[in-house]
Design a protein around this ligand. Structure first.
Ligand SMILES: Cc1ncc(COP(=O)(O)O)c(C=O)c1O
Length: 383
């Protein structure tokens, strides 16, 4: 039995939670934005207590033990040897996506990605007058697959960047080495910078599938890769605004840093504290979390098959706590609004680039009992 109690999540109603405020005063279970309802790992909370007790919250810089914890975690978890000098601290990964677009593409240039995908992959380029070009995911009978011909056809002389979501949100998909290698070769052949968002990398649910950081494929790939990572999703500290870009190539790192100058806020002392504790001491909690999330996933897959006709999960849920559901058969123009009326707040798939009415995304990073109630409500909504 787990020593951590994920069944009894703290009550977040009436707090600063963005996720819960959306439905304040309404009986809607918020299963939308990607944070979890669990308290963070005890070593993180304890480290934060100690830091708060110090009582001074001045401008902060990471101490050696903080960068050391990241370097160690990369080596331990992925066999990736990184130099501390490669690390650029950021207040968020979305910041990283935006900075990457500004640093490595000019106005009017194109940023390629596969959709559906986490919405800022498509909005970040547009924020600075770069274009977002999306290639739809295909299906090959076993699950989601890349349409390599369509990807080749999408490249133009103005294509400068490829945004990769590794593992993929919202498809909950872990990349296989052969696919990553082919994608990296594609980027090399077209001279594209590869921005690899790996925020969900420590949330792999299928123990047989290792996370492969894109940059470990080869030194040449590493040189053109901007890897974005954070303890935020895994340890449920996204509100502490602490993320990193790992950029091995010195020239490209300098270019990235220039694009942040004077605009991107510094990481706070509490963020550094949480980050170090997460990467150094968070592993037992993370393992327990993964076990609980697997249970949530398995419960949902069974419940959907049994109780929710017309709702389909199209591929194995290999990573993340996000479930992408095909609801096209229900025939609702806006399925998210429909389920919201029945007390379940999901994300509308159209935001991720899916056809309107075709998909919704459910966040299962919550107590099992919440999911049981959500399924009951969704079932009622289908009746
Ligand atoms: C793929 C991906 N990247 C980035 C983010 C958000 O990152 P941040 O809060 O650090 O900007 C999310 C949040 O759901 C995500 O799924």
């Amino acid at each position: 039995m787990s020593t951590f109690d994920f069944d009894h999540a703290p009550d977040r109603r009436g707090t600063d939670s963005q996720k819960w405020q959306k439905y304040a005063g309404r009986d809607v279970l918020p299963l939308w934005v990607a944070d979890m309802d669990f308290a963070s790992a005890p070593p993180i909370i304890e480290a934060l207590h100690r830091r708060v007790d110090h009582g001074i919250f001045g401008y902060a810089r990471p101490v050696q033990s903080t960068t050391g914890a990241i370097v160690e975690a990369m080596k331990r978890n992925y066999g990736w040897k990184i130099d501390p000098a490669w690390i650029v601290w950021l207040p968020g990964l979305v910041v990283g996506l935006n900075v990457t677009a500004q640093a490595f593409a000019e106005p009017g240039d194109e940023v390629l990605t596969l959709s559906p995908v986490y919405p800022p992959f498509m909005s970040a380029p547009k924020n600075s007058a770069r274009a977002s070009i999306t290639v739809p995911w295909a299906q090959d009978g076993r699950g989601w697959a890349i349409d390599w011909d369509a990807l080749e056809r999408a490249v133009t002389p103005r294509t400068k960047l490829f945004y990769l979501c590794n593992p993929h949100n919202p498809l909950a998909r872990v990349w296989r080495r052969a696919e990553l290698t082919r994608l990296a070769e594609f980027c090399e052949r077209h001279n594209l910078i590869l921005c690899s968002d790996e925020i969900h990398c420590d949330l792999i649910l299928d123990p047989a599938l290792p996370h492969i950081p894109t940059a470990v494929l080869s030194p040449e790939i590493a040189a053109r890769t901007i890897t974005l990572m954070a303890p935020s999703k895994t340890y449920n500290v996204p509100g502490l605004g602490t993320s990193i870009a790992i950029i091995p190539d010195a020239m490209r790192r300098a270019r990235f840093l220039r694009a942040t100058a004077g605009i991107v806020a510094e990481v706070t002392c509490l963020g550094f504290t949480a980050c170090e504790a997460a990467y150094r001491d968070g592993e037992p909690w993370r393992q327990a979390l993964l076990a609980y999330l697997r249970g949530n996933r398995d419960y949902l897959l069974e419940a959907i098959a049994r109780d929710l006709p017309g709702v389909r999960v199209e591929a194995p849920v290999e990573a993340t706590y996000l479930l992408w559901m095909n609801v096209a058969a229900l025939g609702h123009a806006n399925p998210a609004a429909h389920f919201e009326k029945h007390g379940v707040g999901l994300s509308d798939g159209a935001m991720f680039g899916a056809a309107k009415g075709s998909h919704v995304r459910l966040n299962f990073g919550c107590a099992r009992a919440t999911l049981v109630e959500a399924v009951r409500r969704m079932k009622a909504g289908l009746a």
